[in-house]
Design a protein around this ligand. Structure first.
Ligand SMILES: Cc1cc2nc3c(=O)[nH]c(=O)nc-3n(C[C@H](O)[C@H](O)[C@H](O)COP(=O)(O)O)c2cc1C
Length: 167
């Protein structure tokens, strides 16, 4: 739950939580690594109607986006009052976070908190998804996104190091 970061030359203890979704396990692997390194709690957000295999998910997500079909999640919104930092992890779906996850984030009380996105993907990049994340938590500081894709893998150790030095 707690990790130390250096702020203005002093070590501060921060409290972080991970909120994520993963269909096939890539994002979950990363979430577990972050959990170990930052000693935080994790919350997996699950859609009411789970997504199926790759092809059926492509078809379904495409239809949902086109027809603006809302997808509910079954995960209760957590009390985040004790946390100052929230990691948000997701697979990139058609250049965006899964819609139900963005919706879930928008229902969390993230005002004034530091939000750190991490995404897994093929050829996309987490940077493409930042507008959607910022729309979901407009009063948070969205910083230090991490990308893990085929085209670009950020260096995990460098990222962890930089997070522990946020000013
Ligand atoms: C519905 C759907 C849409 C996807 N869209 C993209 C995309 O636009 N760009 C991309 O690079 N990868 C895309 N992918 C690949 C996933 O982002 C990638 O496999 C991710 O690591 C899966 O994470 P997970 O194992 O945590 O579910 C898509 C996958 C699915 C199922």
């Amino acid at each position: 739950m707690l990790y130390n970061k250096i702020r203005k030359g002093k070590i501060q203890t921060m409290k972080a939580m991970i909120i994520y979704y993963s269909k096939t396990g890539n994002t979950e692997k990363l979430a577990k690594r972050i959990q170990k390194d930052f000693h935080c709690e994790m919350l997996k957000v699950e859609p009411e109607d789970p997504y199926g295999n790759y092809v059926s998910s492509l078809v379904r997500v495409n239809k949902e986006r086109k027809n603006k079909v809302p997808v509910q999640s079954v995960t209760p919104v957590p009390d985040l009052s004790a946390y100052d930092t929230v990691f948000i992890g997701y697979p990139i779906w058609y250049m965006n976070p899964p819609e139900f996850l963005s919706d879930f984030i928008s229902r969390c009380s993230l005002e004034g908190k530091t939000v750190i996105p991490f995404a897994t993907c093929g050829l996309a990049n987490v940077s493409k998804t930042l507008p959607a994340i910022k729309r979901a938590c407009p009063k948070s500081q969205v910083v230090h996104p991490f990308n893990y894709g085929i085209a670009k893998k950020d260096n995990y150790d460098d990222w962890v190091h930089s997070l522990k030095q946020i000013n």
